[in-house]
Design a protein around this ligand. Structure first.
Ligand SMILES: Cc1ncc(COP(=O)(O)OP(=O)(O)O)c(N)n1
Ligand SMILES: Cc1ncsc1CCOP(=O)(O)O
Ligand SMILES: [Mg+2]
Length: 209
């Protein structure tokens, strides 16, 4: 989940979602989340199955936002849950072994609670305010990121307002990866944008060793 693409059809500026995802993967995206907030269940499952097939040759995992049933129906690799979604224990009990879970943390209490759980990653949500999700909590900022790094054993993903300008500093300040919608979906070239973000992640990693 070093460079994690979260999909949003509206952010793709009229371009085909599958084309955007494949270009982004060719540019270096390492994990993809299918995030559908208004699609009906049948269409959501069809989209997930198609995306799973698309990603298979690249060996890039597919994560489904919110919906465990869609994970099961599409044989996706895992689910991302937030603080208003199905609780962790229920999700873990429903998923077969080997499926992964990512969780949003919006407060220090969420971070502490998550220490007891088996997570593929913990997402600081949001790192910065973003128009891509307006119902978000108070942003963590870099001070919050420092606190979470010192208090969590999980790999950390930051999401919200990440772009070419602030990716390196997020990695330098303790993030293991970044998750983005607009910086890739709305870029003129999703492939180039992903490659540039990847370079900025590597620049941040080089400064932390
Ligand atoms: C990687 C990642 N981080 C955070 C979120 C937000 O999840 P949530 O708080 O459940 O909000 P919605 O995305 O469901 O609106 C995410 N999806 N992915
Ligand atoms: C889904 C989500 N969860 C927290 S912020 C966010 C949106 C991130 O979008 P962007 O990368 O365009 O700021
Ligand atoms: Mg959710």
């Amino acid at each position: 989940m070093e460079l994690y693409l979260v999909t949003d059809e509206a952010a793709c500026l009229g371009r085909d979602l599958f084309w955007v995802v494949e270009e982004a993967v060719k540019g270096g995206v390492t994990m993809v989340q299918l995030r559908e907030k208004s699609l009906d269940t049948r269409a959501f499952v069809e989209r997930a199955k198609r995306l799973k097939e698309l990603l298979k040759p690249y060996q890039v995992p597919l994560i489904i936002n919110d919906r465990v049933d869609v994970v099961l129906a599409s044989d996706a690799d895992g689910v991302h849950i937030g603080q208003s979604d199905m609780p962790y224990e229920t999700v873990r009990a429903l998923l077969p072994p080997g499926k992964i879970i990512g969780l949003s943390a919006e407060t220090p209490e969420h971070v502490v609670e998550a220490e007891q759980w088996d997570l593929a990653y913990l997402a600081l949500s949001p790192l910065y305010a973003t128009p891509s999700k307006t119902d978000h909590a108070e942003p963590w900022g870099l001070t919050g990121l420092h606190w979470v790094r010192a208090n969590s054993r999980h790999p950390l993903v930051v999401i919200g307002g990440l772009n070419q300008q602030n990716t390196t500093e997020a990695i330098e300040n303790g993030a293991n990866g970044i998750a983005v919608i607009s910086a890739i979906c709305s870029a003129e070239s999703p492939r180039t944008a992903a490659a540039q973000l990847k370079n900025r992640i590597q620049a941040g990693q080089a400064k932390t060793v």
